[in-house]
Ligand binder design. Structure first.
Ligand code: ADP
Ligand code: MG
Ligand code: MG
Length: 250
């Protein structure tokens, strides 16, 4: 589904990603962990196609397409979804209208029939129940005046509505209390299917008690320096990152 080969990226001529290699297959959940400043958010921003980052080397193939050739909107329409650490607020645009537009644009791009009003409302009902999002929040302006927990829940709701092939959650657990964490994780787990994949970026092991990853990768200084299974996350929780830094710098 996603194949990243030797990806290098810079911001303001400073190289942040220094040769990322990563293969993600449909049905898999990958966790990316690593100390602050390693390049985790840079990797998600580069995949999303944010302009401030310059890809200087490497390839990214997403479900048969050259991802780096696509503009950010088309990446989303191809089925890439990014949930950010700090969700944006869109005053004056209701959640519902935001999603209606996104979904019809996506269907049009993919050459599919538009959703009828009835289908759309049925989806809203089903997906908001899934993430236990108050129906009132669904019709309010996107994230405006939402609490931290509500924003995260809303992100998972948006994700459920957009039915991405690949969802990347960048520290979507930061600032969540245990209940909200459980709801986010439940949403992610319920959406899991053999046809889609999830990348969970997290600084802490905590989220991985709820979303069990098939693979865990450590990103440090712009490279994936270690990969393993969920046991690696437990080891990191116990021992921190210093031993990894020592291994890399030895
Ligand atoms: P992480 O998400 O792993 O904490 P980031 O990807 O946010 O790491 O940051 C990686 C590195 O890139 C850090 O050293 C950070 O200071 C640097 N960086 C991020 N954004 C910018 C920017 N806009 N300008 C300059 N440096 C940046
Ligand atoms: Mg950070
Ligand atoms: Mg980050």
């Amino acid at each position: 589904m996603l194949s990243i080969k030797n990806l290098h990226a810079s911001i303001n001529d400073k190289e942040i990603l220094k040769g990322i290699n990563l293969e993600i297959k449909a049905g898999e959940v990958h966790a990316i962990m690593g100390p602050n400043g390693s390049g985790k958010s840079t990797l998600s921003s580069v995949l999303a196609g944010r302009e401030d980052y310059e890809v200087t080397q490497g390839e990214v193939n997403f479900d048969g397409k050259d991802l780096l050739e696509l503009n950010p909107e088309d990446r989303a329409r191809e089925g890439l979804f990014l949930a950010f650490q700090y969700p944006i607020e869109i005053p004056g645009v209701s959640n519902i209208n935001f999603l209606k537009t996104a979904i019809s644009e996506k269907r049009e791009y993919l050459g599919q029939e538009p959703a009828t009003a009835k289908e759309f409302l049925a989806m809203v009902k089903e997906k908001s129940a899934l993430v236990e999002l108050d129906a009132k929040l669904a019709s309010r302006s996107v994230n405006e005046g939402f609490s931290g927990g509500e924003k995260k829940r809303n992100e998972i709701f948006q994700m459920a509505m957009l039915e991405p092939k690949l969802a990347i959650l960048d520290e979507t657990d930061s600032g969540l209390d245990i209940d909200a964490l459980r709801i986010v994780a439940n949403g992610v787990n319920l959406l899991k299917s053999p046809k889609n994949a999830t990348v969970v970026i997290t600084h802490y092991q905590r989220l991985l008690d709820y979303i069990v990853p098939d693979f865990v990768h450590v990103l440090y200084n712009g490279r994936i320096v270690k990969s393993g299974t969920k046991e690696l996350a437990l080891e990191l929780e116990e021992k921190g990152y210093d031993w990894i830094k020592e291994e890399v710098n030895a």
